[in-house]
Design a protein around this ligand. Sequence first.
Ligand code: NAD
Ligand code: IPM
Ligand code: MN
Length: 362
Amino acid sequence: MKKKITVLPGDGIGPEVIQGALQVLDAIANKYNHEFEYTYAKIGGIAIDECDTPLPQETIDACKASDGVLLGAVGGPKWDTLPGHMRPEKGLLGIRKELDLFANLRPVTAHDSLADSSTLKREVIDGVDLMIVRELTSGLYFGEPRERREEGDDLVVVDTLAYKRSEIERIMKQGFELARVRNKKLTSVDKANVLESSRVWREVAIEVGKEYPDVELDHMLVDNAAMQLIRNPKQFDVMVTENMFGDILSDEASMLTGSLGMLPSASIGSGGPGLYEPIHGSAPDIAGQNKANPLATIASVAMMLKYSFGMAEEANAIDQAISEVLEAGFRTGDIANPGEEVLSTTEMTAKVIELIKGEVVV
Ligand code: NAD
Ligand code: IPM
Ligand code: MN
């Protein structure tokens, strides 16, 4: 099968982890006789530097003309003082909106072999397998107005958390569909004790839930959810939540796996190309040093194969290779324990590829 992929390496460790992920894709293409054609485009800080905008029109056009989009990360200290509309992050928000990628799937799968890399106890995280479904194109990130204005000698700053009922309905349906093919439990996370938007969120969850009688629905306030994720994460199957809540809860949940560098994501919408990216950022503290863990991005490629290209076997081969590499004890710095040998980004990538090719990894 031939597929066109737009590649957006972005900033910081973005290009490093993307390089690894593309090598893995090449290994898959070889083994399963596919052709993946890559078109590189700019987003984020590098696009600001070279094109004066975090999201050039040609990047949008390239993404729309492809079968899937793979993104590294955007942002970094160099661009931190720019005004909001010129920040690298605005490019990422823009492409999510342009492609109408309202559903961000962030699976949290704990590998047994990484239990000692987590800051949590083994018995708490053993067997964790949950999916955070984050609403991605509305809520607090996109609501209008957003402004600063002088009021007397004071400054007023406004961000708006707004939802349309239809936006809540579509993300809820996505969550229920996923729960139906997983462990049939959906936790709708909100702040209905305070926010009007959350009260409607909860109403819609109940309404949509009627169409899915086979899925058990419960509601949890977001502050409690943050605590429950650490106390007893195995109570969760699918969690559906507002844009900002999902952003925060997913970084928190990444530590159930041992590292932020382990969590992939798929952003999907209403039929166009999906966007796949690790949930982590550009990691300025380790950028350019060949230290980043590439596994979140490699696992994001597996999600692309599964969700956008219908290549379940190929996706499995990647996930399996990741598991085996970890079982064999290979570690990048973020998941290594004191005294363990630390692999570079490129060495870790090479181990995954050896396994995909069927070579013995020792
Ligand atoms: P970050 O996710 O970049 O890094 C947080 C910590 O996790 C750092 O210590 C970093 O070294 C570590 N880390 C992250 N990914 C890793 C990996 N693959 N391997 C090993 N360690 C890893 O978050 P931050 O430091 O808060 O943000 C830095 C920049 O990234 C900011 O400009 C932010 O806006 C941006 N950001 C971008 C995205 C994205 O592009 N999707 C996501 C989050 C943050
Ligand atoms: C993420 C990031 C982004 C977000 C930023 C960089 C805009 O934190 O993908 O999780 O908040 O969505
Ligand atoms: Mn985030």
